[in-house]
Design a protein around this ligand. Sequence first.
Ligand SMILES: C[S@@+](CC[C@H](N)C(=O)[O-])C[C@H]1O[C@@H](n2cnc3c(N)ncnc32)[C@H](O)[C@@H]1O
Length: 209
Amino acid sequence: MRQHVNPLSKNFNEIERIPSLIEMFGDPKLNLHLDIGCAGGEFLFDLALVNTNWNYLGIEIREKLVKTAKFKVQEKEIKNLYFAFGNAINILNNIQSKFIIKNVKSISFNFPDPWFKKRHYKRRVIQPEFINLLSNSLQKGSLIFIKTDVKDLFDYMDCTISSNFNFKKIDKKDFNYSETFNPNKAKTNRENYVIVNQLEIFDRVYMKI
Ligand SMILES: C[S@@+](CC[C@H](N)C(=O)[O-])C[C@H]1O[C@@H](n2cnc3c(N)ncnc32)[C@H](O)[C@@H]1O
């Protein structure tokens, strides 16, 4: 399976219709968390099975991974987890999926693809226009979580989000994880790899104000 797909390829211009909340989840009124670039979704399966008072939506650009994850959701009859295939930016930019951003309580970007070359920065999922879109549509108090082991990418994401005055950084000292989408601090696949290899992790939380 290809590890990297170019999100700007015209293959991703067409997007899958995201069903309504009631079609996606057993209880559409639960808090909604969005994980962008969820790969095979193992992290979200871990979360959804334990935190049944949250709904989880994963968006991933590698179609095969999404197909397999969707199949697993059906097989296990999980009612608080849904996966969507496509470029997250195009999906959330689409007028028909605006309702998702309005309803999300939090969004995570876990170990996004770094696209190291400067000419490829535009392929990074966090872009100023995307952050503007989130800032215009998220409810006040919604949270954005970023995490990476690439310092340069962290600085880039931090600068992009902080440049938007509708987001403020949250001091980790004042932060109560038990009230978030991830109360038990479950780890993603990449995070486990990073920990085993003793690499540094850079993370930050922002609140829409
Ligand atoms: C390095 S992996 C990290 C996977 C997972 N979050 C983790 O921490 O283990 C980044 C993932 O983001 C996906 N991705 C990259 N750009 C994307 C985009 N614009 N929209 C949706 N998914 C994207 C990639 O296909 C890949 O699965």
